[in-house]
Design a protein around this ligand. Structure first.
Ligand code: NAD
Ligand code: TDX
Length: 329
């Protein structure tokens, strides 16, 4: 298996899981080690994994690696909406040109590829509705991040249809769990509390996200690789929708602080209101269901991970907060 972005949040958890499932799988990770990636995320499985420090836009390197693999699992991307609003250019390069570069190698060598994407490609849903995204929902991205992911998905769909590339796609809802960068909502607030700062809520905090544990996302990806139908898209989501305000209040309560000990900060421009994936297809076709049915238990485990892994997140924290400070967030 060749795993791009395997030194990032979801990718590194995927590699850990893949090694647990089958220690005999030969795994190569290709990762550019941007601010979001660290080879130390793979330390627990370093013996079982070949790490290649490189860029998915490097066609010669990608050609060589894809030629020697059976399955490509593509996680690598610029992943943070706020960063994309500040400077879209790395998003265009890594998410669009990078995916194109991989597709060309997969096409040349006739390899199997699974492409990881997001519910954000569909735009957003009204707050006061029970509407959901499905595999047929039209793309309507709001941010440079989601527009770049939508572009990458469309390239994969086109390469599957026109060139017969053996690809599948998945669009997952918001993930949480260990090794998530402190720029993201949940780790940012946990680490704010740990350093004695207050959690920061964008705007009124009514925006809703569907929270899925990273291990449940990765279990879904394993199932799609094993049994997914080629050319198909699968939506992944726990069904557990919560407002940002509820998330911050929950973190504070679980960490023994008053639930109102947070501050409101500037809202995100173009802020998507609500995401909700209808995951019936993957549940019925591939028998997937989330194991982390109890969000409080998953969040408590995540809080404990950040409590016991201070050396992992501390070096990221001041840089991430300095970026937010400029934006009043
Ligand atoms: P992340 O930012 O934590 O990790 C991304 C990894 O990709 C990093 O290790 C980084 O170094 C690497 N990378 C970036 N550009 C690269 C390039 N040009 N060449 C090689 N490596 C490069 O991201 P994440 O949260 O783990 O997200 C992984 C994937 O899952 C992304 O495709 C993202 O769009 C998708 N996704 C994320 C979520 C979520 O909630 N985090 C939800 C749904 C889908
Ligand atoms: O400090 C904060 N306060 C706050 O209220 C931060 C960092 C975020 N927020 C809000 C913005 C969003 O409504 O919380 C929500 C979640 O924010 P992020 O963690 O930045 O995630 P989101 O923008 O929803 O995107 C995430 O899920 C989909 C991932 O970052 C994407 O990679 C994935 O595609």
């Amino acid at each position: 298996m060749l795993i791009t972005g395997g030194a990032g949040f979801i990718g590194s958890n995927f590699v850990h899981d893949a090694v647990r499932r089958d220690p005999d799988t030969e795994i190569t990770v290709l990762d550019a080690l941007t601010y979001a990636g660290s080879e130390s995320n793979l330390a627990p499985v370093a013996e079982q994994v070949t790490f290649v420090h490189g860029d998915i836009c490097d066609a010669a390197l990608v050609d060589k690696l894809v030629a020697n693999t059976d399955v490509l699992v593509h996680f690598a991307a610029e992943s943070h909406v706020d960063n994309s609003l500040n400077d879209p250019s790395p998003f265009i390069k890594s998410n669009i040109i990078g995916t194109f570069t991989l597709l060309e190698a997969v096409r040349k060598y006739d390899k199997r590829m699974h492409h990881i994407s997001t519910d954000e490609v569909f735009g957003d849903l009204p707050l006061d509705s029970v509407d959901q995204f499905t595999e047929e929902t039209a793309y309507d991205p709001s941010s440079p991040y989601s527009a770049s992911k939508a572009s990458s998905d469309m390239l994969v769909r086109a390469w599957a249809r026109s060139y017969g590339v053996a690809a599948t796609l998945s669009n997952c809802a918001n993930n949480y769990g260990p090794y998530q960068h402190v720029e993201k909502l949940i780790p940012r607030q946990i680490t704010n509390v740990l350093i004695g700062d207050k959690p920061k809520l964008y705007g009124a905090g009514e925006n809703v996200r569907e929270w899925t544990h990273v291990d449940d996302h990765n279990d879904a990806v394993h199932r799609i690789i094993a049994d997914g139908r080629l050319g198909e898209t699968y939506l992944i989501g726990s069904g557990d929708e919560r407002s940002n305000k509820q998330i911050i209040e929950k973190i504070l309560t679980l960490m023994g602080e008053p639930s109102d000990a947070y501050v409101h900060v500037n809202d995100r421009p173009g802020h998507d209101l609500r995401y909700s994936n209808n995951s019936t297809k993957i549940r019925t076709e591939l028998g997937w269901q989330p194991n982390y049915a109890d969000f409080d238990a998953g969040l408590t485990a995540t809080i404990n991970w950040y409590k016991t892994n201070t050396p992992w997140w501390e070096p990221q924290k001041s840089t991430a907060e300095a970026k937010y400070k400029i934006l009043g967030r």
